[in-house]
Design a protein. Structure first.
Length: 471
């Protein structure tokens, strides 16, 4: 038989064809110029994810069936059980900090050896603070009100019946993500509290980190007497598993992709189940001519330079022409000192000649790198028009002391998060008090912005009567 062999510690499968020639041997034909004999122990082949395409389909079907069965149990689990699991997960993560950082170090070494982009390595990196934040996020989720079973809008009708809505789980949520090992904990916690089962498929670049976090998640589920299959982390790094996951409409109710534009476009095009997504994070900060200059400089600096590889990082700075000569020299010096490449329009380059010239394409770019586009605008209307044309409806901010302009910006900018006098980096479920987020949606149906507990539930109508009949 011929197989695809995918080794988790590597970014891509190193073998494209393996032919079994005897009970314990075979030939590999694509990593060298002549056949190489591979000896293996069948009892441990799962550690190397040895699967042919039929195996992967069967494996994913099994995962889906177990998730569907678990979702029915989790949907009826009480709040105490769910919070017990979340607390135990957090305790395990804090206890295993050293192990998780060591696993992450392996992933980082492999990523650097493969020459992955700096933005990918940034998202892949776990720090002690990051581990603590994962644990704190789970505890925050435990402290949030349980949305499942919440009844709203219950009113009497002329017939005497009462009609309202009850919040209910979505069912099985599939999450596909690159790097970002914290997503394993965040997604597990949010899905569980919202009464859902989760199927998690992390990137091969984070396989060691994800497996370590997954072990803590399963420990928490066991501690609460909940099925371990309520959260399943896909064991194979074969990309064929993604194709199976996004088409399993009998077992998966919604897909949430988190990663680069290429991944999200692929998922959107191939999925046969609903997708909660955003493609780009082209975020803007507009500095109005009635801004506090000191405040504006701090916000514009932080929005770009705190982290370069995140979807809520500012990529284009818009500055009112009336304040640009005062603010750009000091602000651009900060950027240059931090190694940020600036690409400006003609007007901004007359103020700061060291800027490179921006092209039309730059206004559309999500750099995820120390690069920033700068444009001078003649006022609020042009700033809003620019955001409407080039933005991605993710997160945009205005810096101004003018209340009327701030209100207009909030009302007229059509993004999932719109801010006044603060950094775009706050666009995050943890910072919004959601405990964590499963992703950020720029869609307008069902969920928009950071997707927390409410975004992972739906509503059904409930009708209460006392023998009434329709006439």
């Amino acid at each position: 038989m011929r197989y695809l062999l995918s080794i988790p510690s590597l970014h891509e499968p190193i073998i494209t064809e393996f032919t079994q020639t005897s009970a314990n041997a075979g030939e590999i034909r694509t990593i060298c110029n002549k056949p190489l004999v591979l000896y293996y122990n069948p009892a441990i082949t799962n550690r190397f994810n040895l699967m042919n395409t039929t195996d992967i389909k069967s494996y994913m079907q099994s995962v889906g069936q177990q998730a569907r069965a678990a979702s029915r149990l989790v949907a009826k689990a009480d709040t105490v059980a769910k919070n017990t699991a979340l607390t135990a997960m957090a305790d395990a993560i804090r206890r295993d900090e050293t192990l998780l950082l060591a696993a992450n170090a392996k992933d980082l070494d492999n990523a650097r050896a493969k020459g992955l982009e700096a933005s990918m390595i940034d998202r892949l990196t776990l720090s002690p603070k990051g581990v603590a934040t994962m644990a704190e996020g789970l505890l925050q989720i435990a402290g949030l009100p349980d949305p499942v079973g919440e009844i709203s809008g219950l009113n009497y009708r002329p017939s005497g019946i009462q009609v309202g809505k009850m919040r209910v789980p979505l069912g099985v949520v599939g999450i596909i993500y690159e790097a970002r090992p914290n997503v394993t904990a965040d997604a597990a916690g949010l899905c569980l509290k919202a009464g859902n089962a989760a199927i998690l498929r992390g990137g091969s670049e984070a396989i060691h980190s994800n497996q370590g976090i997954a072990a803590c998640v399963k420990e928490g589920l066991r501690a609460a007497g909940l099925p371990e299959t309520a959260v399943q982390v896909i064991e194979t790094t074969d990309r064929a598993a993604v194709g199976e996951l996004v088409t399993m409409k009998d077992y998966v109710d919604v897909i949430v992709p988190r990663g680069g534009k290429g991944l999200i476009e692929r998922i959107t095009n191939e999925a046969r189940v609903p997708v909660i997504k955003h493609l780009d994070g082209v975020c803007h900060v507009y500095i109005d001519d009635q801004a506090d200059i000191g405040k504006a400089i701090k916000i514009a600096d932080h929005a770009k330079t705190q982290r370069y590889g995140t979807c809520n990082t500012m990529e284009t700075l818009l500055v009112h022409q009336g304040i640009a000569p005062q603010i750009l020299p000091e602000l651009c010096k900060i950027y240059f000192d931090k190694g940020v490449e600036l690409r400006g329009d003609e007007t901004s380059r007359r103020i700061i000649p060291q800027m490179n010239a921006a092209t039309e394409q730059d206004w559309y770019e999500e750099y995820l790198a120390p690069i920033l586009s700068i444009r001078i605008v003649d006022g609020l209307d042009q700033a809003i028009d620019h955001i409407a044309q080039y933005g991605s409806q993710h997160t945009d901010a205005i810096v101004t002391e003018n209340y009327t302009r701030a209100r207009r910006f909030l009302r007229e900018v059509d993004s999932s998060s719109v801010m006044v006098n603060t950094t775009t980096r706050f666009a995050d479920g943890f910072e919004y008090g959601l405990g964590a987020e499963i992703g950020i949606s720029t869609d307008k149906i069902h969920a928009r912005g950071p997707v927390g507990l409410e975004g992972l539930t739906s509503q059904k109508y409930i009708v209460l009567g006392d023998g009434q009949l329709r006439k």
